[in-house]
Ligand binder design. Structure first.
Ligand code: T5A
Length: 211
């Protein structure tokens, strides 16, 4: 059995990651490639329960180290129970956010060191990395316009942090992509969804995962 491919979408709130994950899944299914679309935090019952703890608005919130541990615990359950078994069964896994989100939010923006975030990932998930990470980048104006149109100003605990925090997140993602060009493709997400989807297919092609 050939192992499946592991593709992650990364980027800030409102970049269009979930939309593109669904469009990629439809393109794979049209080619009779079995795939699973999943998300973080979440993807398994245990990880979805941790998602509520992380993103719900009750309580006083978490300091950055506790937040990083909770994301790593959710990811560990997700990798163990869903991602690895699917890959081993030959399915492609399309994941809406993965460890690079922890590196960007709890690390780059939250103040943890990258090596600490990666150490948690090594313990929790055996250091699993996607075969390809598609970083969907949009301007702050585009992100705000899309999330306002959809959520009418409501945001979760992390999405509602200030503009400076989100600018640090975006800068961290860009640094990771530049440092690891063999694993990342940067996608301009400011265009309409079809144009972004074509760019996603082009990036897969360039990485030797042609559909
Ligand atoms: N987090 C997560 C961490 O801090 N550390 C971690 O390790 C992890 C895994 C997750 C939060 O947790 C943080 C990051 C986040 O703050 P979430 O709800 O899962 O929260 O958050 P997001 O990933 O931010 O979800 P969003 O739905 O806001 O963003 P998407 O998925 O990028 O955007 P999408 O596809 O839902 O689109 C948003 C809207 O725009 C429209 C869509 O229809 C939708 O209404 N749209 C477009 N409109 C025009 N043109 C396009 N090209 C469009 N693409 C989408």
């Amino acid at each position: 059995m050939t192992r499946g491919r592991f593709i992650a979408f990364e980027g800030g709130e409102g970049a269009g990651k979930s939309t593109q994950a669904q469009m990629l899944a439809a393109a794979l299914e049209a080619r009779e490639i079995a795939c699973v679309v999943t998300r973080e935090p979440g993807g398994t019952p245990g990880a979805e329960a941790i998602r509520q703890l992380l993103l719900g608005l009750d309580g006083e919130g978490w300091h950055p180290r506790a937040e990083a541990l909770l994301f790593a615990a959710a990811r560990s359950d997700h990798v163990e129970r869903l991602i690895r078994p699917a890959l081993e069964a030959g399915k492609w896994v399309i994941c809406d956010r993965f460890v690079d989100s922890s590196r960007a939010y709890q690390g780059g923006a939250g103040g943890l060191s990258d090596s600490d975030v990666l150490a948690l990932h090594r313990v929790g998930s055996g250091g699993l990395l996607p075969d390809l990470t598609l970083l969907v980048e949009v301007s702050p104006e585009t992100a705000a316009q899309r999330t306002r149109a959809r959520d009418g100003g409501d945001a979760d605990r992390i999405g509602g942090r200030d503009a400076a925090y989100h600018a640090r997140v975006a800068a961290a993602f860009a640094r990771f992509a530049d440092a690891e060009p063999a694993r990342f493709a940067r996608i301009d997400g400011n265009r309409d969804a079809e144009a972004v989807h074509r760019a996603v297919l082009g990036a897969l092609d360039a990485f030797g995962q042609a559909l």
